[in-house]
Design a protein around this ligand. Structure first.
Ligand code: SF4
Length: 154
C-alpha cells in the first residue's frame, strides 16, 4: 500500500498564499510523490474561510491576528481542525508543510510583532498535527521525509 503524504497547497503549486502566490516545491522526490498520487494538499487558511489574497497574519500568544488588527483565531482553528481531519482520513504517513507560516510552519514562525522577525515556533495546523502524533517536515527537510517513507514502506 502506497502511503499518502499531507502537503501544504502552496508547495503543491496552488495559488493559495496570502499574497495570491504559490511556492511550488520542485524537488524531484516531491514531484515523484505528486506523480504517484501520494500527495494530499491542504491549505488550512483557505479551509478556515479566509480569502485569497488575505492580510498577513501572525500568531500572537494564544491568538492569531491579522496585520489589520482583526482576530482570525477562529478561522485558523477551523483550518487546523480540517487539516487534522484530512490527515486522519487519508492515514497519511507524515506531512510536508511550508516553513514560517502561522498555519504550516514547523520550526519557525513570525513572532507576532509584525516587524519581519522570526522565532522558533509552530503554525497552528502543524501544532494540531504534531499533537496527534504526525511527523512534520518542511520543504528543506525532504531527506528526512524520504528516509522515513523508506522505513515505513520497507
Ligand atoms: Fe501555504 Fe499553509 Fe499558507 Fe495555505 S496556510 S498558503 S498551505 S503556508
Amino acid at each position: 500500500l502506497m502511503r499518502k503524504i499531507l502537503v501544504s497547497g502552496c508547495l503543491y503549486g496552488d495559488h493559495v498564499r496570502y499574497d495570491d502566490g504559490d511556492v511550488p516545491c520542485l524537488d524531484e522526490r516531491f514531484l515523484k510523490w505528486k506523480e504517484e498520487g501520494r500527495l494530499i494538499k491542504v491549505c488550512p487558511e483557505v479551509f478556515g474561510g479566509l480569502s485569497i489574497p488575505r492580510p498577513d497574519s501572525q500568531r500572537v500568544g494564544d491568538k492569531v491576528m491579522a496585520c489589520t488588527g482583526a482576530d482570525v483565531t477562529r478561522e485558523y482553528t477551523i483550518g487546523a481542525e480540517e487539516t487534522l481531519r484530512l490527515a486522519k482520513e487519508y492515514e497519511v504517513a507524515f506531512a510536508i508543510m511550508k516553513e514560517d507560516s502561522p498555519s504550516c510552519g514547523s520550526r519557525f514562525i513570525y513572532d507576532g510583532t509584525f516587524t519581519d522577525t522570526k522565532t522558533k515556533g509552530l503554525g497552528l495546523a502543524v501544532e494540531y498535527l504534531k499533537k496527534a502524533g504526525y511527523p512534520v517536515f518542511d520543504e528543506e527537510e525532504l531527506d528526512q521525509a524520504e528516509q522515513l517513507l523508506k522505513q515505513i514502506e520497507e
